[in-house]
Design a binder for this molecule. Structure first.
Ligand SMILES: C[S@@+](CC[C@H](N)C(=O)[O-])C[C@H]1O[C@@H](n2cnc3c(N)ncnc32)[C@H](O)[C@@H]1O
Length: 164
């Protein structure tokens, strides 16, 4: 039977949770900041800040339209079109990002393909050596290699890469 939209959403959320949980353990004890690309309703931001209370977390979106209790501090919220804000932030924080979570996909193939191109072309210099890129979209960022997904995550529902 084909996967329904509900199946896909469930598998994506389960994989997202498993991958982020795995990443929190992997980066423990390693210095660096966190990028959260895609504030959305603030669900994954809330999860990340709760599990990584001592990390500086920079959050990107074109707008703040999230749960009221998930609004990032203004000095950590990087507002604007990611086509402009991400390249600028990559320069500013070059080599400092130990965990980059990219949750930028939508229902539209055209949007997803544009985001993939943007992220593939820009993210590499941001990552610290050994840093992780956890993404809802399949990416091909120079200098990173794909990692196997942790238990509980279904292949191709989420993606993890490490800066080599
Ligand atoms: C899938 S949602 C993020 C969901 C969020 N992580 C959560 O758990 O609630 C993707 C977000 O990316 C943002 N986004 C997509 N393309 C963007 C762009 N080019 N510039 C800025 N924000 C963008 C959208 O506004 C949307 O809030």
């Amino acid at each position: 039977m084909k996967l329904t939209r509900l199946d896909k959403l469930r598998l994506r959320l389960v994989a997202q949770d498993a991958c982020l949980g795995w990443a929190f353990n992997d980066i423990a004890g390693k210095p660096g900041i966190v990028f959260e690309l895609g504030l959305g309703h603030g669900r994954t931001y809330d999860h990340i800040r709760t599990h990584l209370p001592d990390r500086e977390i920079y959050v990107f979106d074109r707008e703040v339209d999230c749960y009221e209790d998930c609004i990032p501090p203004s000095d950590k919220m990087i507002l604007g079109d990611m086509r402009e804000t991400v390249p600028e932030a990559v320069q500013r924080f070059s080599g400092q990002v130990v965990l980059l979570h990219a949750d930028t996909g939508s229902y539209g193939d055209k949007h997803n393909s544009a985001m993939q191109q943007l992220l593939n072309a820009t993210l590499a210099p941001a990552l610290a050596p050994g840093g992780l890129l956890v993404s809802d979209l399949k990416l091909d960022v120079q200098g990173t290699e794909p990692l196997p997904l942790p238990p509980g995550a279904t292949e191709s529902r989420y993606f993890i890469y490490r800066r080599t």
